[in-house]
Write a protein that binds this ligand. Structure first.
Ligand SMILES: Cc1cc2nc3c(=O)[nH]c(=O)nc-3n(C[C@H](O)[C@H](O)[C@H](O)COP(=O)(O)O)c2cc1C
Length: 172
């Protein structure tokens, strides 16, 4: 098993640090991409410190792109996991938008993607987002959650990120 973990800029992205610790404890092979929005919530240094890995975030990275790194990252794994998945990344993927490293790798991938959504309940319930989720599902991609419960914004409802401990059991 080799996982490409894509972290996006939801307030819940701090939970990806616990997921990385689970990967480490279980000796799971993985690489990490994080969107630039992620670094508004948790620092690249923190993710690097916990994972002891290089965190990929830039599409136009000369070092990596010498050997077309974004295609390698997209292909060199057995599982693709977006944890947490913002409304933005789900919608971009559903429309084929490739305007950063994360979204480009998702489109360049050749296997099923697991999205773990995390967002405010009204965002999740928005018919535009539900339509985009359906597009992804219709193409065979999986959604893990969201759970219902108390949300970071102080509201209660559906949109809560599934806990890290539950993720490995859901990767089919
Ligand atoms: C405080 C704060 C919390 C946010 N939390 C979420 C969230 O939980 N889910 C979500 O979809 N977007 C959330 N957003 C909006 C995203 O950060 C924004 O759509 C961003 O463009 C996502 O970029 P990315 O998908 O490239 O990471 C939040 C924004 C702010 C300012």
């Amino acid at each position: 098993m080799k996982i490409l973990l894509i972290i996006t800029g939801s307030v819940g992205c701090y939970k990806s640090l616990d997921l990385i610790r689970i990967f480490e404890k279980q000796n799971i092979d993985y690489e990490i991409i994080a969107t630039n929005s992620t670094f508004e919530f948790i620092s690249k240094l923190l993710i690097e410190g916990i994972s002891k890995k290089r965190i990929y975030s830039e599409l136009f990275d000369l070092d990596m792109e010498k050997d077309i790194g974004h295609i390698k990252l997209a292909r060199d794994n057995t599982h693709l996991l977006v944890y947490p998945a913002t409304a933005n990344i789900i919608s971009k993927f559903s429309q084929g938008i490739c305007d950063d490293l994360a979204s480009t790798c998702l489109i360049a991938a050749n296997k099923k993607i697991h999205f773990a959504p995390a967002m405010n309940k009204e965002m999740w319930a928005n018919p535009v987002i539900q339509r985009n989720v359906k597009i992804c599902k219709d193409f065979g991609h999986e959604f893990i959650g969201p759970d219902s419960g108390s949300l970071a914004c102080g509201e209660y409802g559906s949109g809560r990120l599934v806990e890290p401990i539950e993720i490995l059991g859901q990767l089919k």
